[in-house]
Design a protein. Structure first.
Length: 235
């Protein structure tokens, strides 16, 4: 799967993808991450990507022009006025505090794509015509305001990449983990030592009875979900 990230801070992404699962997936050729400098698609001496909002308001807005040109250069088939087929295997997501809440379900959908293009906003956000006429999705990683879409894009790439087929060695781990098939949080896990500072790991996990362990894990996952995320049980 290919990821494209359109940003005014391409150097931001030097760190986040150079570790662990994502780095290994890139090295193995399971995923590709292409970071594009939005200023490539500006046409003035100052490489301007922002301007003042109409109607008067604090701060600056990212202009639509360079963003449309960036997408049309990366995917020429999305030239002016060309909307994609819904099943085309490619999606454009605009990172935005106003977007639909990003979750594991959407991560799973994205992991089945051939290519995902992420647009990172900055300043006071992005000219609304990008959401209206260019992006397929407008997504938020949570109900708080970040200063830019880059952190959010890194979150999306990481969470999607690990679901791409062949990226994690043991595919059952994505079924059993939080927000997996059961729709619960993961069960509590313990490792050695069996007793740490007087706190013991549950005896059942040390006993070797797999049926009992499974039963304990199911109950513990449900109990933890009810305590920390009751919305997952009702919704
Ligand atoms: N004025 C905007 C608002 O109130 O909704 C906030 C703009 S924010 C300072 C700048 C950029 O950060 C946004 O365009 C978006 O790309 C990104 N951003 C901020 N919060 C985000 C969130 N919760 N999820 C995804 N992206 C976010």
């Amino acid at each position: 799967m290919k990821f494209h990230i359109v940003t005014i801070f391409p150097e931001f992404f030097r760190g986040p993808f150079e570790h662990g699962v994502v780095q290994k997936a890139c090295e193995a050729g399971r995923i590709e991450i292409h970071v594009h400098d939005l200023r490539t698609w500006t046409h003035d001496r100052h490489r301007t990507v922002d301007d003042r909002p109409f109607g008067g308001a604090e701060g600056m807005l990212m202009k639509a022009g360079p963003i449309f040109e960036a997408v049309e250069a990366i995917w020429p088939e999305r030239g002016p006025g060309k909307r994609p087929e819904p099943d085309a295997g490619k999606r454009i997501a605009l990172l935005s505090a106003q977007g639909r809440k990003y979750d594991q379900r959407l991560a799973r959908q994205y992991s089945g794509l051939d290519e995902l293009l992420l647009i990172c906003g900055r300043y006071e956000g992005v000219d609304e015509r990008v959401a209206e006429h260019l992006s397929d999705d407008e997504i938020s990683i949570g109900d708080y305001v970040l200063s830019g879409g880059e952190l959010a894009a890194a979150v999306v790439v990481d969470s999607v990449a690990r679901l791409v087929e062949g990226v994690l060695g043991n595919q059952t781990s994505v079924v059993d983990e939080s927000f997996g098939e059961a729709g619960l949080l993961d069960w509590p896990q313990y490792t050695r030592p069996a007793e740490f500072r007087g706190w013991k790991a549950p005896d059942v996990l040390l006993g070797g009875n797999h049926e009992e362990i499974l039963k304990w894990r199911r109950n513990a996952a449900r109990e933890k979900t009810a305590r920390l995320r009751p919305d997952l049980l009702t919704g």
